[in-house]
Design a protein around this ligand. Structure first.
Ligand code: P6P
Length: 339
């Protein structure tokens, strides 16, 4: 094969299995099946208004959020794709109250798949990038019919994590615990082609991502951190900063993976009972694994996200992730305030 021949996702996974022993055949199949489902979701998203799938599905998910037709369709695509392969013991999704068992007519495997089938779906109708986020855990030994408890494992137990971002191009970002790798969908061939290996997030940044409209509800250390950035050259940071907020986590995280930055969705006092907006199991944990594998950091502002012992499948956490030195600074401010 020519020395710089394009490396497909399939070839990459086979080499990871054969040369690095990072994955086994079942995990390789799992990743390939999820990638194929993301291709189908990309096609549905890409049709826009022509696909007859924009707008509301007139139903609500467990979060009490109105589901978009594409939320429901994307969820079904992932359920159908993962049913027959024998690699999974069960699945769980933002769009379903409870874990979804593998139908009895199919063999069960050793993995659990947790996903947000279409994150940022409020952006679909206005043609802004959305994405799919997924996390892979091992099913606990001896558990034949995994219930919610089987999924409640800290993020450090993830064997793989990834996302697909449906933007100007469709990009799949994947970590198997040995670096972060980027694949771009070649639409002519229908293959994901390796376009980035061992991607690293710059430890410093001048770009922050946060929804500023919640500022009056923030905790004091949160206000301090952002005020210092807004003060720019005239303030304690001594330099100017820039702001981006796509309101689609996958798009914001992908920008940070590509050029650095800090993404923040803090807890705010608008609803003190809610610890944050983003969900631990299928947004914060997979993104935290990816960011840490790329040399970044991910905390709740107080503790490392991957160390959290989950208590509920759909629990929410505050999220600070991205360039290591900024996440550490913001976290230090919160810890100082607590002390
Ligand atoms: P807000 C999308 O609904 C989402 O879950 C994340 O993708 C995104 O970062 C966040 O919520 C946006 O929240 O409050 O700015 O609409």
């Amino acid at each position: 094969m020519k020395p710089n021949a394009p490396v497909s996702l399939t070839r990459f996974l086979i080499e990871q299995q054969r040369e690095k022993g990072h994955i086994n055949a079942d995990l390789r199949l799992l990743i390939e099946v999820v990638a194929r489902a993301c291709k189908r979701i990309s096609i549905a998203v890409g049709k826009g208004a022509l696909g007859g799938v924009l707008g509301s599905a007139e139903t609500e998910n467990v979060q009490g959020e109105t589901q978009k037709k594409l939320d429901v369709l994307s969820n079904e695509i992932l359920l159908d794709a993962n049913a027959w392969g024998g690699h999974l013991a069960a699945l769980a999704s933002e769009e379903m109250d409870d874990p979804h068992p593998i139908p009895d007519r199919y063999p069960k495997g050793e993995y659990l798949l947790v996903f947000d089938p279409l994150d940022g779906s409020s952006n679909i109708d206005v043609n802004i990038s959305v994405g799919t986020i997924f996390s892979v855990l091992r099913c606990p030994e001896g558990v034949k019919n995994p219930d919610e408890k089987a999924f409640l494992q800290p993020g450090t137990k993830q064997v793989a994590a990834g996302y697909a971002v449906y933007g100007s191009s469709t990009v799949l970002v994947l970590t198997l615990g040995d670096g972060v790798h980027v694949f771009t969908l070649d639409r002519e061939q229908g293959s994901f082609i390796l376009t980035g290996s061992n991607v690293k997030i710059p430890e410093d940044t001048s770009e922050f991502a946060i929804n500023m409209s919640n500022m009056r509800h923030w905790e004091a250390p949160m206000k301090r951190y952002i005020d210092e950035m807004l003060a720019g050259k005239t303030g304690p940071r001594g330099r100017d900063f820039n702001m981006r907020w796509v309101a689609s986590m996958v798009a914001d995280v992908h920008r940070i993976l590509t050029r650095g930055g800090i993404f923040i969705y803090p807890r705010d006092l608008k609803d003190p009972s809610k610890p944050g907006k983003l969900r631990l199991m299928y947004e914060a944990n997979p993104m935290a694994m990816i960011v840490e594998q790329a040399g970044g950091a991910a905390t709740t502002g107080r503790v490392r996200i991957l160390d959290i012992q989950p208590e509920k499948l759909h629990q929410r956490v505050p999220v600070f992730l991205g360039s290591k030195n900024e996440v550490e600074r913001a976290t230090a401010y919160h810890r100082e305030a607590d002390a």
